[in-house]
Design a protein around this ligand. Structure first.
Ligand code: CMP
Length: 143
């Protein structure tokens, strides 16, 4: 089954949006395969956002994502990578449609509440960066 990596950013955790956001994905029908509330260190932040290294907002991005706890998650389900991106809305909340996580709860492109993998390749890479295999539930095996 397809898996993706989603992360509620420090602004979302601080604003008590964990329940609201996870509920949205649960209600859609996706299964939560792993989750942890954690503080990201600089090395992990720089690796996770490696593709943005050199961009003008990179330092600000790393500063922000390491500024407070994040809620890292692995979700699974049919076509979950693309569907989760659609449910999150555009990166810039001002362009995100109402009904999406960023459209309903985000204000700025930096503080945009949630991150989600943008492809199968990034999902695999990001899940591996944040989770060990033993931290993930295999519903096919266990249920
Ligand atoms: P995210 O999906 O986590 O991936 C990269 C992040 O960079 C993005 O969400 C934004 O929060 C952040 N970011 C900050 N400034 C910009 C910008 N000017 N353009 C695009 N992304 C930005």
């Amino acid at each position: 089954m397809e898996k993706t990596f989603l992360m509620i950013k420090p602004d979302g955790v601080q604003r008590n949006l964990i329940g609201e956001v996870t509920s949205k994905f649960e209600k859609k029908g996706f299964k939560l395969a792993g989750a942890k509330l954690m503080k990201i260190d600089r090395a992990l932040a720089e690796e996770h956002y490696g593709e943005h290294k050199g961009k003008p907002f990179f330092e600000e991005l790393v500063d922000f994502i390491t500024s407070g706890p994040v809620f890292a998650m692995v979700w699974e389900g049919e076509n979950v990578i693309l569907t989760a991106r659609q449910m999150m809305g555009a990166t810039n909340p001002q362009e995100a449609s109402p009904g999406t996580v960023r459209g309903d709860h985000g204000l700025t492109v930096g503080k945009n509440v949630i991150h989600g993998s943008d492809s199968a390749q990034s999902a695999e890479r990001e899940i591996g960066l944040f989770f060990n295999e033993s931290e993930l539930i295999d519903y096919n095996k266990d249920n």
